[in-house]
Design a protein around this ligand. Structure first.
Ligand SMILES: [Zn+2]
Ligand SMILES: [Zn+2]
Length: 472
């Protein structure tokens, strides 16, 4: 089997991988790179045709499997479909419902950014482009094998390639993928972890995995360079987060929690709900949310009986939420506190609400800015955490320039990803012959590779660079 990594490999990048099996060409995920803009954020789909194009046919991709509704995993799916119109697209029903909302939202956002001049790039796709596509996406429940065999090419009889989704414990609808296929007459199994969390969060239970052993494990490494996450315990982090919110409310300040709208937002709201129910936070403390978070909360609630939940009775909309008002002055007034703002984006990129609010809040000694998720290097969220630790000023946005940090700035490990020890445990449990490391920066992959050699001495560890084809 040949494995080709299509997205940039210098950071978490755009998740997209191509697998050339004897009997099928498969794409795993079709993400957009969150730290790049325009065409640079798109995986190099043409490379599939250049490297594996078959004579006389459109070549390459028979099926694509989308593991979950995070932009870095689905954000360029319309471009993949455009490049390979015959490919069948597979996902879980919940991911399908989320994409029906998130893809058009992404098209509108790209259009708006071009119109307001915040990007020089034309939108990668329009809402019209999406009209037809989404009705052709195929739904598969967890633990229900389905056929992903190819058209057979020119090489005679087709073999069977089978895929099966396993709950990844990451966000609503998220799945890992098990592939069964034959190679040189042998049956082989490959498991793609995608983004995964082996441990339970607040809404979503921990992931489920296939029986060991698998032959090949394609594993994410997001947490590979985070030594602190493994030293903390989720329960302790939750209490630390609660205490930080309490301190901020006691000061009469506002607490800003920058979140990814998809996943982290709902988990944080569930936590705040728990803190309020047990009386640690006043029931009347207003919780502000905004934008697409409401539609996503609605989808979390509508699927609560049909997707894995710790408590199917919990409704995200059971948590009292206020819509963040429009307009600079009105926004500022909400920061007078006490109040909790749960708004996007998690990395606090320049054009987002969390960035705008942070600029107003960072100099306020009563305020708190509490990061709860992953942030790539040099994102404003990461810069803020680092500057606060080093007692420096921070530039959140060019317009605001360097600002002094007077607000309380903290980071909490409430991520939707396994920490690196949990990833090693998972790899050990699945006992693969080969591990392909993806979706992490160099430092993360270095650490994972070194420790995998200790834990699984007989396993071969591969870390393909973007565009590199490896034999897996
Ligand atoms: Zn994800
Ligand atoms: Zn991801």
């Amino acid at each position: 089997m040949h494995f080709l990594s299509l997205g940039a490999d210098d950071d978490i990048g755009a998740s997209s991988h191509f697998l050339q099996l004897e009997d099928a060409g498969l794409v795993l995920d079709a993400g957009a790179d969150p730290s790049r803009d325009g065409p640079a954020s798109v995986p190099d789909y043409d490379q599939i045709r250049r490297a594996f194009g078959r004579n006389g046919d459109a070549g390459g991709v028979d099926h694509a499997l989308i593991t979950h509704a995070h932009h870095d995993h689905f954000g360029t799916l319309p471009l993949l479909v455009e490049a390979f119109p015959h490919a069948k697209i597979h996902m879980t029903p919940a991911t399908h419902r989320l994409l029906e909302f998130l893809l058009p939202a992404s098209a509108r956002l790209q259009k708006r950014r071009q119109e307001e001049g915040s990007t020089p790039h034309a939108p990668l796709f329009s809402e019209d482009d999406l009209q037809l596509q989404s009705s052709f996406y195929l739904d598969h429940n967890l633990r229900t094998p389905f056929d992903v065999s190819g058209s057979g090419g020119e090489d005679g009889p087709e073999g069977t390639v089978e895929a099966e989704f396993f709950d990844a414990g990451h966000i609503l609808g998220s799945a890992g993928v098990l592939l069964r296929f034959s190679e040189n007459g042998d049956e082989r199994r490959l498991f793609y972890s995608s983004d995964t969390n082996t441990a339970p969060q607040t809404i979503i239970p921990g992931g489920n995995y296939p029986e060991a052993p698998v032959d090949v494990l394609v594993m994410e490494t997001t947490g590979g360079a985070d030594p602190e996450a493994e030293q903390t315990h989720r329960a302790l982090e939750e209490e630390r987060f609660c205490a930080a919110l309490q301190r901020t409310m006691a000061r009469g300040g506002a607490a800003l929690v920058p979140v990814f709208v998809m996943g982290r937002a709902q988990e944080v709201l569930a936590l705040i709900d728990r803190f309020k129910r047990r009386g640690d936070l006043g029931a009347d403390v207003p919780v502000y949310t905004a934008g697409s978070m409401r539609a996503i909360a609605d989808l979390y609630d509508k699927t609560r009986e049909t997707t894995p939940r710790l408590n199917p009775g919990f409704r995200v909309f059971g948590v009292d939420q206020k819509n963040l008002p429009y307009g600079r002055d009105k926004l500022r007034r909400t920061l007078e506190g006490p109040a909790i703002h749960v708004v996007s984006s998690g990395m606090m990129f320049g054009q987002t609400l969390s960035n705008r609010l942070a600029r107003d809040l960072v100099g306020d000694p009563d305020g708190g800015i509490f990061r709860v998720g992953y942030a790539v290097e040099d994102s404003p969220a990461r810069r803020l955490t680092e500057a606060a630790q080093n007692g420096q000023t921070v530039t959140l946005h060019e317009e605001a320039g360097a600002q002094e940090i007077r607000a309380e700035v903290e980071r909490f490990r409430l991520s939707g990803h396994s920490d690196r020890q949990q990833l090693l445990d998972l790899a050990e449990r699945l006992a693969p012959e080969k591990v392909v490391l993806v979706h992490g920066d160099d430092e993360a992959k270095d650490w994972m590779a070194a420790h995998l050699h200790e834990r699984l001495p007989s396993a071969e560890v591969l870390r393909p660079a973007q565009g590199e084809i490896v034999e897996a």
